[in-house]
Design a protein around this ligand. Structure first.
Ligand SMILES: NC(=O)c1ccc[n+]([C@@H]2O[C@H](COP(=O)([O-])OP(=O)(O)OC[C@H]3O[C@@H](n4cnc5c(N)ncnc54)[C@H](O)[C@@H]3O)[C@@H](O)[C@H]2O)c1
Length: 362
């Protein structure tokens, strides 16, 4: 018999209402393996919208009351509130025997990230981060090319994320929460850092050993969090350059990966793969080296900030982790490493970009 996972969503804001819930409803129709039975949100207007979207769900103003009343009948909770509350909500759910799907960043502090993985292992329940960029079609295509060996070993990666503003939350609550530390725990590094970091970990196939970072806040009179991050990370296998901006003129990602035998450049949906021709020489200065170039367009819906189309593939992995007792698996370890890297970036930036060692076992 196919098991239907029963879930509850905490926070019915932008990502829940535009991304997670529509994906669950679609999945409930098509595969029938998930059902959202309860929702909690502190905003009365958001609760009213939730009741319209999910007429049969039980709606709560307090997540603890939801857990108390619903836990015995639930398999998992999905945490879709700002980062400062992720840790306490995930802890409460895991210790009540529920699996947890949690939006990024997993937690705001390193201590909390470690503790949540321990809690998951002790409770024998899955902690799983929403690292959804891994599920973008163009990212899956990059991973396939790396796996094929055509590029050789990846030695360096550059990840640029341009946004013309910080992402806004729903207007019924605190739409600028990302610019206030008390809710976000930090600015663009805390908000978007995870996406760039876990992609870099995957591409370089290791965790970073050190970082040097600079952050800037171009609107200090309004906000207490940074809107730009520039950093360089050293890995046992190579190096990563990462730039994040909320003050750009465009919205796009530009990723470049350099391997021993070639490279890939991605600009949103556009990909160029360049492979050194085996017959060519080693050095362009001697006029001998030539590349085979290929351009592709891989439609990935980058402009949809809810990334609705990437959720199904993410949920599939969460489900597999549940089925295989992967309580604190690779994705959870990546999430912990993301939180460590974000915090190391802040430490470096607060000390004139001093290089900060990260002592993760690779
Ligand atoms: N992976 C992605 O691509 C992606 C994209 C957007 C947002 N996110 C993440 O999703 C989370 C939510 O972001 P958002 O943009 O949806 O924010 P949002 O402001 O639109 O939604 C947050 C919702 O949570 C509710 N809320 C706040 N505190 C609560 C509490 N203690 N208990 C219950 N409800 C509470 C608010 O009323 C609001 O409805 C963040 O962690 C963010 O980083 C991820």
């Amino acid at each position: 018999v196919k098991k239907r996972l029963r879930g509850a969503v905490i926070g019915y804001g932008f990502i829940a209402s535009k991304g997670h819930i529509p994906a669950y409803l679609n999945r409930q129709q098509k595969q029938g393996d998930v059902e959202i039975v309860a929702i909690a949100d502190i905003s009365p207007l958001r609760r009213a919208s939730a009741a319209v979207a999910l007429p049969t769900a039980h709606i709560y103003s307090d997540y603890l009351e939801l857990l108390e009343k619903e836990s015995s009948d639930l398999d998992f909770i999905d945490i879709a509130v700002p980062p400062r509350d992720h840790f306490k909500m995930a802890s409460e759910a895991l210790t009540r025997g529920l699996h947890v799907l949690c939006e990024k960043p997993l937690t705001t502090s390193i201590q909390e990230a470690k503790l949540i993985l321990e809690t998951a292992k002790n409770a024998r329940r899955v902690i799983f981060p929403c690292h959804n960029y891994r599920h973008a079609p163009v990212i899956k295509a990059i991973d396939k090319i790396i796996e094929s060996g055509r590029l050789g070993k990846i030695k360096s990666v550059s990840l640029i994320t341009f946004r013309n503003t910080h992402a806004k939350g729903v207007h019924e609550w605190e739409k600028d929460w990302r610019r206030h530390t008390k809710w976000s725990g930090g600015g663009i590094a805390m908000d978007h850092g995870s996406h760039s970091f876990y992609l870099a970990f995957n591409w370089l196939k290791s965790y970073p050993t050190s970082i040097t970072a600079k952050i800037s806040n171009l609107q200090p009179e309004k906000y207490d969090t940074e809107d730009n991050l520039n950093c360089v990370l050293s890995f046992p296998t190579g190096v990563a350059n990462i730039q994040l901006s909320w003050t750009a003129g465009v919205r796009k990602v530009i990723y470049a990966l350099q391997g021993e035998l070639g490279g890939i450049t991605v600009d949103d949906d556009d990909m160029e793969i360049s492979i050194i021709k085996p017959t060519s020489g080693a050095d362009v200065a001697q006029g001998a080296v030539t590349w085979h170039n290929e351009t592709l367009k891989i439609s990935s819906d980058w402009m949809d900030a809810s990334h609705l189309n990437w959720f199904d593939s993410l949920f599939e992995e969460f489900k597999t982790a549940i089925e295989n007792d992967q309580f604190a698996g690779k994705q959870a370890l990546d999430a912990q490493a993301c939180v460590e890297t974000i915090n190391a970036a802040y430490l470096s930036a607060s000390d004139k970009s001093r290089e900060i060692e990260m002592n993760r076992a690779n």
